[in-house]
Design a protein around this ligand. Structure first.
Ligand code: COA
Length: 304
């Protein structure tokens, strides 16, 4: 990156980078506070992994990465790479990628995931509509490792203006309270603990009101399921889970409808995005609430 001035993301330039991103990138738009939460306020924020390139003061592009512990492995995730239109296809994106890889080598990170950042899921992979980005990552030795799907659900139905039933036989549904935080966290950790679901569930306790809904057995007093919404951005849904022995009774669908009702009536959302769905679970959402496939993401990974 010769002839460029390089700087890191900071309080000073965050708003400028946000506006650049909103202007120069198709198929994404976020409010500033969400952008800042994902970028600057990431608990693993490392300024050395955020590279902004300027030429004579003019913003040319930037790449932002962070370190993530995923299952048992630690790797880097790229949260964004954007080059100004007039500078594209001149090798600058590749230049930023090389600079990032050099910095990752210094901190001994060996693998990078593209556009995938649990637990906050800025994106669950490379949105295939970002055609240039797809080929860019391929050219930079990223390989496809899988696919994730987002579904959309329209929230305009008047039935969602009323709360769903709070009770189904011996199961009651409610919004989790702060007093139930420890119990819910232990439940998710115990039954759905692989990956980042416990962390995502905890993130939803930071929303006001809390965006976790729980299903409790009135006879045993124990939790049997839960659903989280808006732990990444408002309007998003997931994770969710119902204990194996209580499945196929409609509890998952009820939890889902509670979240849809909440998004519509408390958060003014018009549409809900069910994130990172794999395999036949797509059918559950389609059947339960008429959700449809709206985005496809490739999981892409490279060696540093
Ligand atoms: C993706 C992006 C960062 C690439 O930056 P760039 O500086 O143009 O990339 P480079 O010049 O280093 O190109 C490297 C390779 O990427 C691929 N590529 C870049 N633009 C492409 C396009 N429009 N169509 C197909 N392939 C493309 C090519 O394989 C290219 O190598 P080649 O020219 O030898 O064939 C840039 O297009 C961009 O900012 N896009 C909008 C933002 C975006 O979608 N970011 C990803 C999500 S955050």
């Amino acid at each position: 990156m010769e002839n460029f001035q390089l700087e890191s993301l900071s309080e000073k330039n965050c708003q400028e980078i946000y506006e650049f991103c909103e202007r120069k990138t198709q198929f994404w738009t976020f409010p500033y506070n969400i952008f800042k939460r994902f970028m600057l306020n990431d608990p693993n924020f490392n300024p050395d992994l955020t590279i902004i390139a300027r030429q004579g003061g003019k913003l040319v592009g930037f790449i932002v990465a962070a370190k993530r512990r995923w299952m048992t492995r630690t790797r880097a995730i790229i949260k964004a790479i954007v080059i100004a239109r007039e500078f594209r296809r001149k090798g600058y994106g590749t230049g930023l990628m090389h600079e990032l890889k050099n910095r990752l080598k210094v901190i001994k990170l060996k693998k990078i995931d593209a556009m995938c950042g649990p637990p906050d899921y800025w994106f669950p992979g490379v949105d295939v509509r970002h055609t240039a980005a797809l080929f860019f990552f391929k050219r930079n030795n990223f390989h496809k490792r899988g696919q994730r799907i987002n579904l959309s659900v329209d929230l305009s139905s008047p039935t969602l203006d009323q709360p769903p039933e709070a009770r189904r036989e011996n199961i009651i549904f409610s919004r989790a309270t702060l007093y139930e935080k420890g119990e819910l966290s232990a439940f998710v950790q115990r039954h759905f603990g692989l990956g980042s679901w416990p962390e995502e569930t905890l993130l939803a306790f930071e929303n006001d009101p809390i965006t976790n809904f729980i299903a409790r057995d009135t006879i045993t007093g124990a939790l049997v399921g839960w659903a989280t919404h808006s732990c990444g951005y408002f309007g998003s849904f997931g994770p969710t889970g119902v204990l194996k022995e209580t499945r196929n009774q409609g509890i998952g669908g009820d939890l889902l409808r509670w979240c849809m009702f909440d998004q519509k009536t408390k958060f003014n959302q018009k549409e809900m995005t069910i994130r990172w769905v794999t395999g036949n679970t797509v059918k559950f959402y389609s059947k339960a609430v008429g959700a449809y496939i709206s985005q496809v993401f490739w999981v892409m990974r490279a060696r540093v």
